[in-house]
Design a binder for this molecule. Structure first.
Ligand SMILES: Cc1ncc(COP(=O)(O)O)c(C=O)c1O
Length: 428
């Protein structure tokens, strides 16, 4: 590969960027975020501009209703972003100083930060080595007298083991809350007290800016979130509690209303791509692939036979009960070298996440050290995410597969097979 091309690729990768470079598959391409929906979004935005209503109003009300219906839940309350949704959800459940909250040891740090922000203490629990979601078998042992809630995360789009968590929560009178920032489309809402969503632009349902929501069947939680997110005020200039300003704005709501209609179709396309990766990378040496969901009932059912959109969303029975593909996370013993080789061949990747929260500087004062959560540490040391978004072409998917296979073959050590996190996890 010549110098110019390498330079071009370096500039285009591995960021979340728009790529115009032939032969380059960036990890994410937000320039494509409005593909096929640009005109509808333009119309939605124009409607807001014409209305002169930029905070609240009918776009926000309609989106909240439509997203609640989509989730099969009673209410959705828009927030400024996903982190705020988590904080407001915790506050609305009365969780604060002196309380402990169970969190996964492997998650995006926002989950932990939200618990810390309300003054509660995080109680990290290691994941199940197959699903990478919090392991219910370890939750019970981690509970303290002060534990008030389990905050599960549907990491990478994989639903946590909700029936088992629900049972523990019921027995121990705990709140069961979900960080659903990576799982738009999982039909799990009836099993939780509340879920927090992010509509960060790269999410399966992404706004064109920051946005989030709390979704719940509990009218009291919804009401509290609404009040807390609006300066603690129900009536303008009269404040019941010390709230914050974290509102979903009308422009983002209008954009999300359009994109919500396409979410099932986009999730189905992600599913197709993930299944190709799983099929065609299965025999690649030293590459640990994510576990596929056994819930296959809905695969591909979002496409109408005439190729048009399936915008039917009034019931969630046609959606996956336990998986939507958000991130395609593979694991490899020489992750950095693999990443470099893929970049050199035009394939962008990202690491989700290079550092588990307990080893971050932000949590140094808690006294956690390397070795405290070995599975989370091993996952952080070996994880690499392949491109996975609904606008990837078949050719691009083929390129990712071919380049990944080739790079892994070149990196494979002659002897000593790499022991996977799944293979070794049982010994920890
Ligand atoms: C698991 C998880 N939780 C919380 C968040 C926070 O969402 P936001 O960036 O909208 O604040 C994110 C998004 O990045 C996330 O992936």
């Amino acid at each position: 590969m010549n110098q110019d091309r390498t330079q071009m690729i370096r500039e285009a990768m591995p960021a979340v960027v728009r790529s115009c470079v032939p032969g380059v598959v960036p990890f994410q391409d937000l320039g494509l975020a409005v593909t096929g929906v640009r005109e509808e979004i333009d119309r939605g935005v124009a409607k807001v501009l014409d209305s002169g209503r930029y905070i609240g109003g009918s776009e926000v009300n309609c989106f909240e209703r439509e997203f609640a219906d989509y989730c099969g839940a009673g209410e959705a309350v828009g927030t400024g972003n996903g982190y705020d949704a988590l904080v407001l959800m915790l506050r609305a459940c009365g969780i604060g100083a002196g309380d402990d909250v169970i969190v996964p040891s492997n998650t995006y740090i926002a989950t932990w930060l939200a618990v810390s922000a309300v003054g509660a203490r995080v109680l990290p629990v290691e994941p199940d080595a197959q699903t990478l979601t919090i392991d219910p078998n370890r939750v019970e042992a981690a509970l303290t007298r002060r534990t008030r809630a389990i905050l599960a995360v549907h990491l990478y789009g994989r639903c946590a083991n909700m029936p088992a968590l629900r049972e523990i929560a019921r027995r121990r009178s705990l709140r069961l809350l979900v960080d659903a920032a990576q799982a738009h489309g999982i039909a799990h809402e009836l099993q939780t007290d509340a879920s927090a969503f992010s509509f960060y632009p790269t999410k399966n349902l992404g706004a064109l800016g920051d946005a989030g929501a709390v979704v719940t069947n509990d009218a009291q939680i919804a009401d509290r979130v609404r009040v807390l997110a609006n300066y603690g005020s129900r009536e303008k200039y009269f404040n019941e509690v010390r709230g914050v300003n974290s509102r979903l704005d009308s422009l983002q709501a209008a954009i999300l209303r359009v994109k919500l209609k396409y979410l099932d179709r986009w999730n189905a396309r992600r599913d197709e791509i993930a299944r190709r990766y799983l099929r065609e990378l299965v025999d690649v040496p030293n590459l640990v692939l994510p576990q596929a969901s056994d819930d296959r009932q809905n695969t591909g059912t979002y496409h109408q036979t005439d190729g048009s959109l399936n915008t039917h969303r009034s019931s969630n029975t046609h959606r996956s009960a336990n998986m939507v593909w958000h991130i395609f996370a593979v694991h490899h013993p020489q992750r950095e070298r693999l990443m470099k080789r893929l970049a050199a061949e035009g394939v962008g990747t990202l690491i989700h996440y290079p550092q588990p929260p307990h080893l971050s500087e932000a949590y140094q004062d808690t006294g956690f050290v390397r070795g405290d959560f070995p599975l989370a540490e091993r996952l952080a040391d070996t994880e690499l995410s392949l491109p996975l978004h609904p606008h990837l072409t078949e050719e691009e998917v083929s390129q990712v597969i071919a380049v990944t296979r080739q790079a892994c073959l070149q990196l494979a050590p002659r002897s000593s097979a790499w022991t996977t996190h799944t293979a070794t996890a049982g010994r920890e």
